[in-house]
Design a binder for this molecule. Structure first.
Ligand code: SF4
Length: 267
């Protein structure tokens, strides 16, 4: 007899890479499965090789992306099982955008969860409601980016409208999703770090019963080499990362403006 998991495990996905021993992508020590394919094109994206759903060859002659089955991914994840147990960690499926491969993402999450391992996804929530539900059914912790609450600005900087993202987030908040949610803002000076945008973001977070915290992710330019490697220009070359003083100021602003929402700087 072929189990439901057996059916799912044969679902192929396009994987960018698998990183073990991460401490930045959810609680504890985690294995992060980065998928290829993203419907957004954030100008600050630090992994441009994750945007295309197809394999790419860089100037370094490395091929970025390979097809794996969910079963193969779960086998990789299980290698660090002992570390998850002792640290409260688990697996995180990241992108690209995990919802762009929702059947594969759900299969990986289900396969690991059925081993008692904690599951998380890093997502924009840019996807259809059925795809969100399919993935969340096997998710313990949701890490969701809120890049800009103003639609025109969201389109300008990411290439897509934010309506589906915000509607999905509100729908998850109102649903029986029993996991936890961390909201995150990639903080870019002059792009989305103004009082109004941060205030409105925190107000959205305030309405999420499953929220544990709002994280500010300081913008960095570490992805520039990846653009060069793919023969692409980096659009934000002139944008300086936020200073420590500016980050402290933005954090203080949010903690004063919306104290009901626990806001922290990302680790
Ligand atoms: S959502 Fe993430 S992976 Fe997609 S373009 Fe934006 S930063 Fe890159």
């Amino acid at each position: 007899m072929v189990s439901a998991l057996g059916e799912l495990a044969r679902t192929p996905g396009m994987v960018l890479r698998i990183e073990r021993a991460s401490i930045h992508d959810g609680p504890g020590i985690r294995t992060v499965v980065f998928l290829k394919g993203c419907p957004l094109a954030c100008q600050w994206c630090s992994t441009p090789e994750s945007q295309s759903p197809l394999p790419q060859t860089g100037l370094d002659q490395q091929v970025y992306g390979r097809v794996m089955t969910a079963h193969e991914v779960v086998d990789e994840v299980l290698k660090d099982e002992v570390f998850y147990f002792h640290s409260g960690g688990g697996v995180t499926v990241s992108g690209g955008e995990p919802l762009a491969q929702s059947a594969f993402t759900a299969a990986v999450l289900r396969g690991t969860k059925e081993h008692g391992i904690h599951t998380a996804i890093e997502t924009t929530l840019f996807g259809s409601r059925p795809n969100v539900a399919r993935v969340l059914a096997w998710t313990d912790h949701l890490l969701v980016d809120i890049k800009h609450v103003e639609d025109a600005e969201h389109r300008r900087w990411t290439g897509v409208a934010n309506s589906a993202i915000l509607e999905n987030l509100r729908a998850v908040a109102a649903s029986d999703f029993a996991g936890t949610i961390t909201a995150r803002v990639p903080l870019l000076p002059g792009v989305n770090d103004d009082d109004l945008n941060l205030f409105r973001t925190a107000l959205i977070c305030k309405e999420i019963p499953q929220l544990d915290q709002l994280e500010l992710l300081p913008y960095h330019r570490l992805g520039r080499a990846a653009y060069r490697n793919l023969g692409l220009d980096y659009a934000l070359d002139a944008l300086e990362p936020p200073s420590a003083a500016h980050l402290a100021d933005r954090l203080e602003y949010l903690n004063n403006a919306v104290p009901e929402v626990k806001t922290v700087l990302a680790r």
